[in-house]
Design a protein around this ligand. Structure first.
Ligand code: OAD
Length: 283
């Protein structure tokens, strides 16, 4: 059987000691049962009002209705806690294992499934945060704390009890704790979201695999443009065309691979493993 073009390009990149980056979005976790961001499941009702995630995930809403925002995040944390990494996550973890320092993962997902699949935290930039971490809303320090386990798995519609509210108080200054996620009315930064590190890694990347994202946020767009401007190759892996598909096709040797990540990425990992074995044999 003829080797597909994408596999030949990957072999060539690895032969040339190229650096690989994977950039993921909600689509990678769809096969683990976590609704994507822009699907209808993202909506949330408070009283008689239905809110869109773009309204709930804001500092403005947290200041107005902290308990309601927390209830929404605790519901999402429970959902993600039940989910397990799927073959797409495992394949990406396998890429880190074979490529090591030549590999970086940038994820917009806050579900922690890449870390659970085995991607090491030092090469995994969680650029929108992590649902299972909290920090002080007043920024009295940049410490991240684990989400108290007692708050995971509670009923969706039950309001926070006083005891639960006490668990969400900063141990240093007594202010409220907030979810460690990037909100829509906030900006990327290095300390929490690895902004500069992401762009520096993109500048050194020769092959970028974009998986399961609709391309709606700013840092992923900058990452893709940086790779493009430096002459890197881009593959977009997604069942639906999106702005990154067009960019990929304009990059040298780039491809839009119309597929689900959990089906395609294990094949891609096998190609990488075989290519690395044969280049090691050749010395
Ligand atoms: P979206 O919900 O916008 O897009 C999900 C993408 O996944 C779509 O392009 C789908 O076609 C694709 N998809 C669905 N199933 C898939 C599968 N099995 N395999 C591969 N792809 C699949 O989610 P994101 O692009 O991740 O940010 O959204 C980006 C950011 O927008 C989120 O992180 C969030 C939001 O603003 C913040 O909260 C800061």
């Amino acid at each position: 059987m003829r080797t597909p073009d994408w596999a030949v390009t990957i072999q060539q990149h690895l032969d040339r000691q190229g650096r690989v980056m994977v950039l993921t979005g909600a689509g990678v976790s769809a096969e683990s049962g976590i609704p994507t961001f822009r699907g209808p499941e993202g909506y949330w009702t408070v009283g008689s009002q239905v809110y869109h995630p773009q309204e709930m995930a804001t500092m403005a809403m947290f200041q107005r209705r902290p308990d309601d925002v927390w209830q929404w995040y605790l519901y999402r944390a429970a959902l993600c806690h039940r989910a397990k990494p799927n073959p797409g996550h495992h394949a990406i973890a396998g890429m880190d294992t074979v490529l090591k320092k030549r590999f970086t993962l940038i994820t917009q997902n806050v579900d922690g499934l890449h870390l659970q699949a085995g991607n090491p935290v030092q090469r995994t930039y969680q650029i929108h945060g992590n649902l299972f971490q909290v920090r002080c809303v007043a920024d009295c320090s940049s410490d991240l704390h684990p989400l108290p386990p007692a708050l995971i798995g509670r009923d969706k519609d039950r309001p926070l009890s006083p005891a639960e509210r006490d668990l969400l108080i900063c141990p240093r200054c007594g202010e409220r704790l907030r979810p460690h996620v990037l909100w829509f009315d906030e900006a990327y930064n290095e300390i929490y979201f690895r902004f500069r590190s992401s762009l520096a890694a993109a500048a050194a990347t020769t092959l970028l695999l974009i998986v399961g994202t609709s391309g709606a946020t700013n840092l992923p767009q900058q990452v893709a443009w940086t790779v493009m401007q430096n002459g890197g190759t881009i593959y977009d892996i997604n069942p639906e065309p999106n702005p990154f598909s067009r960019l990929a096709l304009r990059s040298p040797g780039g491809q839009f691979i119309q597929a689900q990540s959990g089906r395609f990425l294990p094949d891609l990992l096998t190609v990488m493993q075989d290519a690395l074995k044969s280049s090691n044999k050749g010395g």
